[in-house]
Design a protein around this ligand. Structure first.
Ligand code: ZN
Length: 192
């Protein structure tokens, strides 16, 4: 989206992260990116770049007007890509601003389970999707969730508590949440 990284700049970022990981003791930076799901369900970065990421967070940011069938198929098609790990803000709603797009979350949850993908609980106070009902449904389906702040600055990290509260409303426990794990346990969950 705004000033998004193209493959070239992302590749330069990978090199910089590798350099830091080699040189700074006790630090491990992961490579990731929020990747747009295009209208046809493709991802907006080539697989050759996606494969170099430790994990991906993929999201719908435009074409909210698709009907429920087309929007659901768009997301499932994106999940078919083996580089797809986490579906960010799964409904696209912005509280007090706009409703979410039409999407069949039953099929998205089932599709995530079948493909080994995960869904996000977005902790930003204007998002908070998944909602409580779908959090619980994901858990019952055996789909793990990430709780993400959607932070665009360090201040944004303070939103984590809202995501945790949202998760608790959906009866989510620590074991259901991806990012309660150390990297060595998380890593295999991202290899499809
Ligand atoms: Zn986003």
């Amino acid at each position: 989206m705004a000033h998004g990284l193209d493959p070239e700049r992302l590749s330069a970022q990978f090199d910089e992260i590798d350099r830091l990981n080699d040189h700074v003791e006790g630090l491990q930076l992961l490579k990731s990116c929020e990747v747009d799901i295009l209208a046809d369900g493709k991802l907006d970065l080539p697989d050759s770049i996606l494969k170099r990421l430790d994990f991906t967070v993929c999201a719908v940011h435009y074409r909210f007007d698709l009907d429920i069938e087309a929007q659901t198929r768009r997301i499932l098609r994106a999940m078919d890509n083996r580089c797809f790990n986490i579906l960010a803000h799964p409904t696209g709603r912005l509280l007090g601003e706009r409703p979410g797009y039409a999407v069949d979350l039953d099929r998205v949850i089932d599709g995530a389970r079948e493909r080994g993908c995960f869904l996000e609980i977005n902790a930003h106070p204007t998002r908070l999707d998944l909602d409580d009902v779908h959090c619980r449904q994901a858990r019952e389906a055996g789909v793990k969730l990430s709780i993400s702040t959607d932070a665009h600055s360090t201040v944004g990290l303070n939103a984590m508590r809202y995501g945790v509260d949202q998760a608790r409303r959906g009866w989510i426990e620590a074991a259901d949440v991806l990012n309660t794990r150390p990297w060595k346990e998380l890593k295999p969950l991202f290899s499809r």
